[in-house]
Every structure is written in structure tokens, then in C-alpha cells.
Design a protein around this ligand. Sequence first.
Ligand code: NAP
Length: 248
Amino acid sequence: MTRALILGGTSDASQLAAEIARARIDAVYSYGGRTRVPADQPLPIRIGGFGGVSGLADYIRQEGITHVIDATHPFAAEMSRNAVQACAETGTPLMALERAAWARADVDNWIEVGDVNAAVAALPEASANVFLAIGRQHIAPFAVKPQHAYTLRFVDPPEAPLSFAADVIVSRGPFTLDGELEMMRARGITWIVARNSGGVGARAKIDAARMLGLPVIMISRPALPERQRVESVAQIMQWLGHSTRLGA
Ligand SMILES: NC(=O)c1ccc[n+]([C@@H]2O[C@H](COP(=O)([O-])OP(=O)(O)OC[C@H]3O[C@@H](n4cnc5c(N)ncnc54)[C@H](OP(=O)(O)O)[C@@H]3O)[C@@H](O)[C@H]2O)c1
């Protein structure tokens, strides 16, 4: 019998959960517990870390998980690495649902960097209006460039005061092109720092930057171990169906 574990926290994972529920496949949806009120799912939910590789391996065994789908955000690298190891350890099939990264077009003004520290270094020295479109756990390094006026956007209000001055927008999205254009114009944004998340949900700010001719410091995805991956929910459903028919 199939019993799938979805490592979630993304809109792709929510779409997959809906399909899995529709197909009446036994499955559990796992949230990391970063947002205060995670979106409801049509599947049983569990919330919070497993306790590293060994904790996840224990969970897989105890819960009789037959398939793991890593549908986490492309920058949730620790979870993805743990999933590769725990699935290897327990002999559990693993498939990543990973949207393609955005590709730079000729009209884009991107500075591509490898990590957050390189993004800080790529910001100009002269004061600028910077939209930091990155997760709140990654913003601390920007404190070394306090000359900029930062705009941040989080799903939840910050729990503790930030280590540098910034305007915080609290919103879960989705964000439209018109909305992003309006926000960037109203705040006089001159630089954007973003991660190459890929997908449509987070794309509007990149399109807005293109239309406004703004420079984007684009942080590349973290390197992950070799694993099987597909880009669509339909492919995951095929993978589950195929494996189920084979009794794997
Ligand atoms: N990174 C982002 O920008 C981003 C954006 C949108 C959504 N999210 C979602 O937010 C969650 C956390 O992201 P992150 O960047 O903090 O991850 P991370 O740095 O890769 O993970 C840190 C630890 O959080 C726990 N964890 C993460 N995702 C989990 C999940 N789906 N279920 C159970 N435990 C999980 C694991 O703890 P243990 O080692 O104890 O198991 C993991 O080792 C993920 O579900 C991700 O899809 C992240």
C-alpha cells in the first residue's frame, strides 16, 4: 500500500496535496513550522522538524512511508539534503517536485551571485532603496550596509526587532505584476535582491524589475545532492501511480 510523505511549505506542494487527496492516496503533509498559521491542506498535516536525518528515517519507518516527495522551496536545502540521506538509509523512493529556475533574458539587468553574503557585497556603497525579497532568516548579513533604505516582505510580522532599519510589508501574496509595479514605484525602489525560486507565484517582482529597468541581485539556488526530480504535479502523480501498480 502506498503511503506518501509530502515535504511541503510551497504552493506546488499544496497543488500536489490537492491531487493526492482527489486520488485518495494515503499521505501526510509535512510543514517545517516557519509560518504561524500554515495553509490548511486536504490531507493529515504534521508540523515541525523531524530531528535531522535520523529523525526523518525513524519517522519514515514508524509511519510506514513508502514514497517521499520533496516539494519544499528550492532554498530549503537542509531539508532536501536530509531527505536524500534518510531515503537512502531506509530504502524509500524519493522524488523532488522542483520548479525550473528563472532564466535571465537579454533585457534583464541581473547580477547573479552564489549566496546571501555575495548579494550583500554586490549592493552599491551609495545609499539606495532596496527591496530585499528574501526569507527573514537570511536578512541579518545586510546589517553591514545600513546606508540603504530597505523594504522587506514577510508572511508574518517579525517576532523580534530587526538588526537594521527597514520597512516591513506583511503579506502572504500572491503578488501581481500591477501590485509589484505599484509597490516599487511608490517606494522608489532602485535595487532588488531576490532568490532564484522559479515558478509563477514569486515571478511578478522579477517582471516588474524588468519593466522598470531595475537591477536585480539574483541569488542562485544552493547545490543539492543528486536526486530524481520532476517539475510538475502530474509527473509526481504518474510516479506514484506507476510505482503503486508495480507494487514498489
Ligand atoms: N527557504 C525559503 O525561502 C522558503 C520559502 C517558502 C517556503 N519555505 C518552506 O518553509 C519550510 C522551511 O524552510 P527552510 O528554508 O527553513 O528549510 P531548511 O533550512 O532546509 O530546513 C531547516 C530544518 O527545518 C525543518 N524542516 C524544513 N522543512 C520542513 C518540512 N517541510 N517538514 C518538516 N520539517 C522541515 C527540518 O528540521 P529537522 O532537521 O529537525 O527535520 C530542516 O532540517 C520548508 O517547508 C519550505 O518549503 C521555505
